[in-house]
Design a protein around this ligand. Sequence first.
Ligand SMILES: Cc1cc2nc3c(=O)[nH]c(=O)nc-3n(C[C@H](O)[C@H](O)[C@H](O)COP(=O)(O)OP(=O)(O)OC[C@H]3O[C@@H](n4cnc5c(N)ncnc54)[C@H](O)[C@@H]3O)c2cc1C
Length: 413
Amino acid sequence: MDKIVVIGAGPAGVVASSYLAKQGFEVVVLEKEGFPRFVIGESLLPRCMDSLEEAGLMPSLLEKGYQKKMGASYYNRKNQTCSFLFSQQFSKSWDWTWNVQRIHFDQDLVDAAKANGVQFIFGSTVTVVAIDGERRSVTYGRGGEEKTVEAAFVMDASGYGRVLPRLLDLEKPSTQKPRGAVFAHFVDQKRTGREGDDIFIYPFDDKNSWIWVIPFSDGTASVGLVSETEETKAFAADDFKAYLDFVRSFELLDGRFTDAAYQRDPAMILGYSVGVKQMYGKGYVLCGNSTEFLDPVFSSGVTLATVSGLLAAKLVEKELNGESVDWQTAYEDEMQHGIEVFRSYVNGWYNGELQTIFFNPKINSEIKKKICSVLAGHVWDNANPFVRKHRTILSTLAKVIEIENKAADIAEK
Ligand SMILES: Cc1cc2nc3c(=O)[nH]c(=O)nc-3n(C[C@H](O)[C@H](O)[C@H](O)COP(=O)(O)OP(=O)(O)OC[C@H]3O[C@@H](n4cnc5c(N)ncnc54)[C@H](O)[C@@H]3O)c2cc1C
């Protein structure tokens, strides 16, 4: 039987290929870059741990000593904090996850998948995917040579490369406002207390720009600014001067990076929010960022990548074993549901509703547990009303809190 061809060796491609290799399929991953390679996306969610485990990748990852991440902390401009601990959740879940330097983590994933039988061909850029009735072939360039491999099934996990969306005209503009990010790694020697354990998010202007701090276990941290496109370009201008000045002097960071040196030089990424018209077709499927990427604020990318990679792999397994698969229901609708839940929370963040909820001093602990499960990536747990009613529940709750706050103000006067 022909091989299953996976395009891209990021988390989506590695989870998919590792699972299929463990089931006895011959899988080859074609990866454009030589590894290790850097990519942004460093703070994981507990939900992705399930996928890594099921794909047979977890045992070796557990030995690597990545930074444990126990929760997420959000600040507002008045320096109030709302912290979520993954141990206090509604859904059944891992109660921790990792912050990872992707240059190491993605290499570790590849090594673990190789041990499970996956073949990787690095430095191979896929340029053509021919889908013709029952046959498909994938052409890639490597070291000046072009090669073609016949495929039993093609899985596109090419992330920002978006190979099949481009080749098959599947691209769709995102509904998210265009934003960008500027980021670098800094030496991080002034941590105190729980600053080692979380991701920290601080909003900082009236356009809802925000800054992330992601601590790593080697005493460095990733610090990124997310803002609208023009602001992002301004932060990056003059060799990232405005970015560096901001990080060094931002008062809520309390001098943490004032004298800190770069451990990885700054970079900018723009226009990362994208969508697709369709996630599958005869003999192919898209996973991870090749489908849709919303926004980094809830660190959802690697979770959506690993969950989609695993689900797609299980359906490929079924189909190649001769069972019929309803890709629309079993894959696209399922993945779209999770994406839509995250979309409601991303929109709630940028329109201020989530801040109203997070910084309400009377936030009920049961509500907090349910929101925490969404932030942990359990966006398919429909027993959670904060998943099931995601389209309306945030605005309803924010309105109730605003009315209560107004009533309390009036009573005080
Ligand atoms: C500013 C920002 C911050 C983010 N922060 C987070 C975060 O904190 N947590 C989180 O979970 N996510 C985050 N993300 C999202 C995260 O980057 C992605 O969702 C995640 O890396 C997707 O994984 P993937 O496997 O789909 O793709 P990738 O990890 O991008 O891997 C795709 C691979 O495909 C290869 N490829 C591309 N084109 C070709 C080709 N033609 N031929 C062969 N190979 C090819 C690439 O070289 C790459 O190695 C962030 C994103 C942005 C923009």
